[in-house]
Design a protein around this ligand. Structure first.
Ligand code: COA
Length: 415
């Protein structure tokens, strides 16, 4: 039995943040019923299409293991069906623009009337406050959550990151909120609201920067490369390039072949505990006892010189070679892996972190699998549904409609 088997999710989500959450719940065995507008569906079905008229990878990679029902929740018959679905489901998830569900006539109060055990989970861009009504996408959240102002090179424009921390990150928070509320319901017998704001989710991931904002009031941030370079600090946490957030100096350094391979780099951390090993590896044994280099404090003034010397060594080695040499010496390094390298890495296929899926219209494609592995509830990735593929099945099995009632709903354009 899967961990969430028996939990039925009414999935009103679209684009990325909400679908990330419901896909995760579906991977753990929940029955996720994705409600989509008839003839239209989730907008991502048609976005960034690589094959004409075939569901995009954007859509397929966020909607595995779900069933799709088309339903116009603004039509009278559609509202009747929707009400029945609310009665029959444990959790409803949505990430519409603020107020959209109220405008459909399904406020939180109304939902509780229909089903007091319902857990109603929402993603919004912002929490209550001046921006509560704004529509928000990934990069807006990255900017408003403090990530962009602290990402990028010193003196250059703020930078967003390729990891979808606003969308997928908030989807993960929402999934956690839902299973927590489900657990609480086993004691209380009642549902509750779960709300996750994308700004909050990004800020939560940027906590080390809020930490540094407060440290800044007591003096310069010594471990930032900026300090060693003699550039004065302003009154807000600066962009820190590739400095590591944990206080151990680290940088991205060139490896052999960097001139032609844009990903021939390694991350290299000069962790204090293994400094002597670093000195030996890079051919600077004299730095082990030299008071100008022997302590972390002394090195902070010389980080450019130290990393230049390390880079002279890394440039003689491939990025994997650097890893092979440094790992046994406990020197933390990380090769910069391209998406091509990751896609071709068979060890990630073996763990189910990357999965090949077969789709009736697009054929085989790669997707990410469940990053959370449970020993007693393995996840199997099942292809995403076609638009409305399960409409009849859900109307019969969950709503309890007869063939005749389904025909009427279709004739009225409700499904
Ligand atoms: N039947 C009938 N109407 C439906 C429907 C259905 N099955 N599904 C959606 N709709 C309607 C909604 O009720 C809404 O109508 P309204 O504007 O009259 O109230 C309309 O479709 C569009 O919904 P909306 O959420 O406003 O879509 P959008 O494309 O304009 O905005 C976002 C997209 C993502 C910006 C917005 O949904 C948002 O800010 N969401 C919260 C934050 C978020 O999750 N952002 C990240 C997305 S990855």
């Amino acid at each position: 039995m899967k961990a969430l088997e028996g939990v039925r999710i009414l999935d009103m989500t679209h684009v990325q943040s909400g679908p990330t959450c419901t896909q995760l719940l579906a991977w753990f065995g929940a029955d996720v019923i994705k409600v989509e507008r008839p003839g239209v569906g989730d907008a991502t079905r048609g976005q960034l299409q690589d094959i004409p008229d075939v569901d995009s990878l954007y859509f397929t990679m966020l909607n595995h293991n779900k069933r799709s029902v088309t339903l116009n929740t603004k039509a009278d018959k559609g509202k009747e069906i929707f009400t029945k679905l609310i009665e029959e489901c444990d959790v409803m998830v949505e990430n519409f623009a603020p107020g959209a569900l109220d405008r459909m006539g399904f406020s939180w109060e109304r939902i509780q009337e229909i089903n007091p055990r319902m857990i109603y989970a929402s993603v919004k861009g912002f929490g209550p406050g001046p921006y509560a009504d704004c529509k928000v996408y990934e990069n807006v959240a990255q900017c408003a959550g403090g990530s962009a102002s602290t990402t990028g090179m010193l003196g250059e424009v703020p930078m967003v990151t390729g990891a979808q921390i606003g969308d997928s990150g908030t989807g993960l928070n929402l999934a956690f909120g839902i299973v927590t509320a489900l657990f609480h319901r086993t004691h209380s017998g009642k549902g509750q609201r779960v709300e996750c704001a994308m700004q909050d989710g990004v800020l939560n991931l940027c906590r080390v920067k809020l930490r540094d904002q407060q440290r800044l009031a007591h003096g310069p941030l010594d471990e930032y490369s900026q300090a060693g370079s003699g550039v004065p600090f302003g009154d807000a946490v600066p962009r820190a390039g590739n400095d590591s957030g944990g206080g151990q100096p680290g940088r991205i350094l060139k490896c052999k072949g960097w001139e032609t391979d844009p990903d021939s780099y390694t991350y290299f951390i000069t962790q204090a505990a293994v400094w002597k090993n670093v000195c030996d590896v890079i051919g600077k044994p004299e730095w082990k006892e030299d008071p100008d280099y022997a302590t972390p404090k002394a090195r902070l003034q010389r980080l450019d010189e130290v990393f230049d010397a390390i880079e002279v060594w890394t440039m003689t080695k491939g990025k994997f070679e650097v890893m092979e040499i440094c790992n046994p010496l406990n020197i933390p390094v990380g090769p910069i892996l391209s998406m091509k390298e990751i896609a071709e890495d068979m060890s990630l296929r073996e763990t189910g972190t990357i999965v090949e899926v077969d789709h009736p219209e697009r054929g085989k494609y790669l997707t990410v699998g469940n990053p959370v592995k449970l020993s007693d509830s393995p996840s199997e990735v099942v292809r995403s549904p076609l638009l409305g593929e399960h409409t009849d099945e859900i109307l019969k099995e969950v709503v309890g409609f007869s063939d005749e009632e389904i025909k009427i709903a279709k004739d009225e354009g409700a499904v």
